[in-house]
Each structure stands twice: as C-alpha cells, then as structure tokens.
Ligand binder design. Structure first.
Ligand SMILES: Nc1nc2c(ncn2[C@@H]2O[C@H](COP(=O)(O)OP(=O)(O)OP(=O)(O)O)[C@@H](O)[C@H]2O)c(=O)[nH]1
Ligand SMILES: [Mg+2]
Length: 206
C-alpha cells in the first residue's frame, strides 16, 4: 500500500443492495445533515454524485488538516449479472483516478455493510470474488476491514440484536473477525457513522 500521506486515504464501502452504504456516506457529508464533532468542520467535495439505488461508483472527499478521506460508494456486491461488473467499476475508478486498479493493494479501509435485519443470511453472504478480495485485503492488515451492521434502530430488542451480532461475528464474518477485522453498529444517524470514521481516522493518524 503506498503511503497514505501522498494522497487522501480511500475508504471503500461495500455491501449488498440496500445495506446502507449511501446513507452512511450521506449522513456524514451532506450539508443538510451536518455530521458531528470534528467531521463538522470538514470540507466536503463531491467527486461523483452519490445516488440512491446506486449503480455507479460515487466518491465524496472529506477534507480537514488531520483527517482527509475519500469515501467510495459502490453498487451492491450482489449486482454482478453479466451487465453490471461492480468490481470492474471500482477497479476502473481507481485506474481513472490513480492509475492503480488492485483494490486490495490500494484501498486503505474497507467498510462492509450488512443490515442487521437480514436474519436469513445465506451460507455465504459475500459473493466469491469479493470474499477473495476481502481475504487478500485482510491478509495485509485485518483491522482495516470493518463490518458495519446497519438498521440497528429497527431491532430495538437489545438481546435479539446482540444475538444476531454474535451470529454474524461467529458464523458469517468469522474468518475475518477472528483475524482482527472490526465490527461496528450503525443506526442511520450521522453520530454512529462519525464514530466509525473516527476509528478510521485515528488508525490513519497513528
Ligand atoms: N432505519 C434505518 N434506515 C436505514 C439505515 N441505513 C440505511 N437505511 C435506509 O435503507 C434504505 C437503503 O439504504 P441505502 O443507503 O440506499 O443502501 P445502499 O447500500 O446504498 O443500497 P443501493 O445503493 O440501492 O444498493 C434507504 O431508504 C435508507 O434510508 C439505518 O441504519 N437505519
Ligand atoms: Mg447506494
């Protein structure tokens, strides 16, 4: 991975369609929903506009002296259907902007979004080619892969929420969690999203 100081760190947001990637980015970057804490002071630059029902890579840069970062929105990892090639889209974005296309080598953090309300998870909730990318990415530094459960506000029963989170950690995302990948909960608020970005920011400034 090239030194992040030479360019803004890139945070790649992945997950199946509707898992909350765009809302997460929007909640810390849109003017009408001011983010909290030091993210409030950040200058927001939209590279490629974010769109609901995301079908193209979108990019937002949060700029401040301490914690610049680019949040990369993507189409759902489940969208590969012969017409859409999500990984190819991300690689093309990296190539167009940085002349690099190896996701696992060039991206600084990966946030993998999952709705906590998705209880009937398939045996392998992450498509094979992306699992491969996550494996290679985590092999370098597992703490730079963070699973983000969204819609936690929709599961108010704390015991149930805990149970689902435990299942996600010990079954579906286990191979990365046991190596040291992160696990965070979000509820659609800018506070929760900012907390995740704060973890990233402090890891990047160490
Ligand atoms: N209540 C609640 N709603 C959420 C949360 N996260 C996302 N949503 C809503 O869920 C829907 C899907 O969220 P998006 O952010 O568009 O999901 P996405 O992963 O970008 O989905 P696509 O781009 O369509 O693949 C939207 O209506 C969001 O407002 C959350 O944590 N809580
Ligand atoms: Mg989206």
């Amino acid at each position: 991975m090239p030194p992040a100081a030479k360019r803004n760190p890139i945070i790649l947001c992945l997950g199946v369609s509707g898992s909350g990637r765009t809302k997460f980015i929007d909640s810390v970057s849109s003017k009408d929903k001011a983010a909290v804490g030091f993210f409030k002071k950040m200058k927001v630059t939209i590279y490629q506009a974010l769109r609901p029902d995301t079908t193209a890579v979108g990019a937002v840069t949060l700029t401040s002296k301490e914690s610049p970062m680019i949040l990369l929105d993507t189409p759902g990892v489940d969208l590969n259907d012969g017409v859409n090639d999500v990984k190819g889209d991300v690689q093309k974005w990296l190539k167009d902007n940085y002349k690099q296309e190896k996701i696992e080598d060039y991206v600084d953090f990966i946030l993998y979004f999952h709705r906590i309300t998705d209880n009937r998870v398939q045996a392998e909730p992450i498509p094979f080619d992306w699992r491969n990318t996550l494996d290679k990415f985590a092999a370098r530094d597992p703490s730079r892969l963070i699973f983000v459960t969204t819609m936690c506000d929709k599961m108010r029963d704390e015991a149930k929420r805990q149970k689902v989170q435990d299942t996600l950690k010990t079954c579906y995302f286990q191979r990365w969690i046991e190596k040291g990948a992160g696990f965070e909960a979000c509820d659609g608020t800018s506070e929760a999203a900012s907390n995740v970005l704060r973890i990233i920011s402090s890891a990047l400034t160490i």
